[in-house]
Write a protein that binds this ligand. Sequence first.
Ligand code: URA
Length: 256
Amino acid sequence: MDNLNRQLLDHIKALHGAGVEWLPRTSALEVATQSASPGASAAEQLTSFGPTGDPELSNRRVALTTLAGEVKGCTRCAELCSTRAQTVFGVGNPLAEVCFIGEAPGADEDAQGEPFVGAAGQLLNKILAASGFKREEIYICNILKCRPPGNRTPLAEEAANCRDFLERQLEMIAPKYIVALGGCAATNLLQTTLSIAKLRGRFHVYRNSKLLVTYHPAYLLPNKDPSKKKEVWEDMKFLVTAMGRSLPDSSSNTDG
Ligand code: URA
């Protein structure tokens, strides 16, 4: 595969990671991919996403694609844009009823272009499954779209630089519920310095969404504070009940 096709394929994968599942097939793309071999060409990958026939879904995908492209070229934070491998826009269903928002990409997310794919992501997947959510039905993103070097905490200035991307992203998805995962998400979305212990257990308001605060999955990993699992489980039950959903039969506890 030549360089142009490689770049095109990387771009399409990033868009797919951002929740974009189809794009119009243009003659320019076909020309660009005519020499692609071996394996599936970028144009083939495009058509495999397939249109849905749902105009609202299509509109949101196009809007998110455009915004993801803008984020990809962002140079607002000199340090982050010179150290990132790529931007990590978000992933999931543009029509999601609930959006989970973390802090910032880590090393795995920076490498793969998708949020929550590393150790914390594996734990998030377990939490979601235990609560009856499929990863593809919800939307997942972060306060920052770039990895802070060494996974340091995002600076207030970086969060401020990224804020308008997040606000526009949330406006497009218009989730009824938001789950702020950890202190960084809670602080930035609610503009508060209160601790998670003080913020969890009830809904807050973020624009038109009901916002629930809980601990970040990374905080529950064995080397941090696994005792907080019980609280996270209570928070998820609170959310699921408020959404009028039921828990899977197997969800009597969250151990393991
Ligand atoms: N932690 C986050 O807050 N976000 C990710 O995407 C991964 C780890």
